[in-house]
Write a protein that binds this ligand. Structure first.
Ligand SMILES: Cc1ncc(COP(=O)(O)O)c(C=O)c1O
Length: 445
């Protein structure tokens, strides 16, 4: 593995270094390398491009402790969809006011649990939900989730969630009758959104229903623009394009100041998952078996590789997240140059023939025991991985620069972070912030 070339998609030479070190330790199992600095970079970019919008990270996307701890230390809020997600986030010292329970169809005992733990911001999109909330959490601050056009997104949600904007007034009337506290409107344009105008159109729809709420006398003060923001380096529509469209639509429909020059006091929030998680995680998997296969009808051969992670593991994203993955050979530049390249198929390790990671891919010939890596694999991968057939879910290694490590060491949450990183806690100073349990401690400007 000498003089390995640093490839475009590998997030930094230091990630490459961590991969090399891990492999040199004799590991054969699949693993992730998380570049912590990438999470910080993403947040800095978010603040720069959409300064009006406060992100509430969608925990479902990747609940690895390093993700959650880093985001909590940045002062980000959290979108939780279940009791377990709420408990995970609360156990990190996140304030209940920094949580949105963003599941419009909630289990009754979970609503009760939210009430007992002062988590009061939650979404709804149907009348039954209003009855449950009225009975179990009457003081909740409710956000009405609208059905919006999600036809430009890879993962669509509108067939399952969201109230029809044309009938939203009926839900608001029922909420009024039940004396519930509706405070805002939300939507989700679908995950992996490939159209910036989906956001603008949804913001315009949201404004109409927001105004209905205001006219009914609700104290409408939150717009939640959901998730759907890209997190990889080469999306069809860039984050910048989406940010531009969102800012424009907000200026038009939810301006920061009204006609009299007064601040409008409407909080704009979002629920990004993929945006924060995708690019920080590189997956590395071992070639555990190999087979050359004749294709007589085409007069050629292809090589079939079997990796120790597959569709039942990290690559569940191929099925659930409709994701296309791009294997890369972990070889030195001279090895990449001098090896023969063949049409190849990459399989997962289980006994199921559905467990196929990639067909028709050209790869340099790999040997058993060598490695393939997959950049930008942080979103909807390890979060839903199983150990079906007895195969191990990848372990997680961390890449933390000395500068970031120094910042982390000064956080009140450092003892927990040190445990995650498996480094000694040692002495630390609480100089940065003692008043706030977690938030705002990592400087991002
Ligand atoms: C309610 C809700 N909010 C936010 C998200 C995160 O979406 P994304 O990862 O596309 O940003 C999801 C994804 O499933 C969701 O269901």
């Amino acid at each position: 593995m000498k003089s390995m070339k640093y490839e475009k998609h590998m997030r930094g030479p230091s990630v490459h270094h961590t991969i090399k070190e891990t492999i040199a330790g004799g590991l054969e199992d699949p693993f992730y390398v998380v570049e912590v600095e990438d999470i910080l970079r993403k947040h800095k970019n978010w603040l720069h491009k959409m300064p009006r919008i406060r992100p509430f990270y969608a925990v479902k996307c990747n609940q690895q402790p390093i993700m959650l701890e880093t985001l909590a230390a940045l002062g980000i809020g959290f979108d939780c969809a279940s009791k377990a997600e709420i408990d995970t986030v609360l156990s990190m010292g996140v304030l209940p006011s920094n949580i949105i329970y963003a599941n419009p169809c909630k289990t009754r005992s979970y609503i009760k649990h939210a009430a007992e733990n002062s988590v009061d911001l939650m979404t709804f999109d149907n009348v039954e939900e209003l009855y449950k909330v009225a009975a179990l959490h009457p003081k909740a601050r409710l956000i009405l989730r609208l059905k919006v056009d999600d036809s430009h997104s890879v993962c669509r949600f509108s067939m399952k969630f969201g109230a029809d904007p044309a009938k939203a007034h009926l839900l608001l009337e029922e909420a009024k009758r039940l004396e519930l506290n509706v405070v805002g409107i939300s939507f989700h344009v679908g995950s992996g959104c490939e159209s910036a105008s989906s956001f603008s159109d949804a913001i315009s729809d949201a404004r109409r229903v927001f105004d209905i709420g205001l006219r009914m006398g609700f104290d409408m003060n939150i717009l939640d623009i959901g998730g759907g923001f890209p997190g990889t380096s080469d999306p069809r529509v860039s984050f910048d394009e989406i940010a531009f469209a969102v800012n424009q639509a907000l200026d038009k429909h939810f301006p920061a100041v009204d006609d009299d020059g007064q601040e409008t006091k409407i909080s704009i929030i979002a629920e990004p998952g993929r945006y924060y998680a995708a690019s920080a995680f590189t997956l590395v998997a071992n070639v555990i078996a190999k087979r050359v296969q004749d294709i007589p009808e085409e007069g050629r051969q292809e090589i079939m590789y079997y990796l120790n992670d597959g569709v039942y593991g990290s690559f569940n994203c191929i099925i659930f997240d409709h994701w296309d993955v791009h294997p890369k050979a972990l070889l030195s530049s001279s090895e990449l140059l001098f090896r023969q390249y063949y049409p190849s198929v990459v399989w997962g390790p289980t006994c199921d023939s559905m467990d196929c990671i990639k067909r028709d891919v050209i790869l340099p010939e790999m040997e058993v025991g060598e490695w393939l890596y997959f950049p930008e694999m942080g979103a909807y991968t390890i979060a839903a991985a199983s150990n079906f057939n007895g195969f191990q879910i990848p372990t997680v290694k961390y890449n933390v620069t000395p500068q970031i490590m120094e910042i982390l060491r000064h956080l009140p949450s450092w003892p927990r972070i040190a445990k995650v990183l498996d480094v000694p806690v040692m002495e630390r100073s609480f100089a940065v912030s003692m008043e706030h349990p977690v938030g705002g401690c990592i400087p991002v400007h």
